[in-house]
Ligand binder design. Sequence first.
Ligand SMILES: Nc1ncnc2c1ncn2[C@@H]1O[C@H](COP(=O)(O)OP(=O)(O)OP(=O)(O)O)[C@@H](O)[C@H]1O
Length: 321
Amino acid sequence: MNKPLERHKLVFIVNPAAKNGYCLKIWKRLEKKLSDVQYEVYFTEKEADGVELATNTANDAVSSVLIVAVGGDGTIHEVINGVIDFPHVTIGYIPAGSGNDFARGFRLPANPEKCIEFILKWIDSSGVDYDAGFYELGNGQCGYFVNSIGAGFDAVITKKANSSELKKWLNVFSLGKLIYAFYLVTEIFRYRPSTLEIFVDGKTKVYNKTWFVTISNQPYYGGGMQIAPLADPKDEKLNVVVVHELSRLKLLFLFISVFWGGHLKNKEVDSYKGKEITVRFYDSKPIHADGENIGETPIHIRVCPKSWRLIQNPDKLPPKK
Ligand SMILES: Nc1ncnc2c1ncn2[C@@H]1O[C@H](COP(=O)(O)OP(=O)(O)OP(=O)(O)O)[C@@H](O)[C@H]1O
């Protein structure tokens, strides 16, 4: 007989389309590891299903529930948007997407099988409370993010990558994350940097010829780039990084140094922390939240301290910055 869990009801929300359909194969392998555990599983069928399934699961649960998202950063983004501030919900995550920056930033195992073992090992622990960010666009559209928000050039790259046929082919060889590098090189000659006005906790800063600004809860985005090495999802602040006034060639080199966080040494890169941020470009620019395109600037953002809980190895938390 399947073993009932002590603390939690266990529910999986699987995006079979993540990693261009490879996620479903990953799930079939994971099922074998769950043969003596009681659980429910739901599959997303289209965009935003993850939000609805997570909210319904939280509303239906009579007591503590562990909701495990299986997919990429878009899937965990949707699941957390569905259950933020539900005190009886704990989140688990199994990385089965192309980029998997959430797993990197929150120090979860990169291998899906290792990750399910990890979740089953820590399932009856209390979990760890983390911050999220809340955003609101000029048109009133709003939501939460757990990795980062980016406005400007990086959102252009994300937009291209998300609708790319090439990404499907790269995913066949597990190289899907290279898509960001590809569009970085092709779009750098088209993009026009412009003036950014940013309000952080009551102070205003203006940057000329700005390529992009990111507001991060954890350090990684774009498939392993350490854009905000100082971001800490437990410090009740968000990390702003502005890249401005540099040549196209220097920007290319800067993106290489982003993989180890070396870009912060450049005078054209400004990094600081804040709790409440408004971003306005003189001409409106696209925005992504956790790698999903959400609209255009202006955008207002604030930190939501300790607003969701993650199943985590208490000895291996993201380092304090
Ligand atoms: N059944 C489905 N068919 C098509 N799209 C879906 C389905 N279920 C969810 N989606 C959408 O798939 C999108 C991408 O999912 P996700 O980000 O998890 O995978 P990925 O793009 O492969 O990974 P990553 O974001 O880590 O690169 C999400 O925006 C989600 O709304």
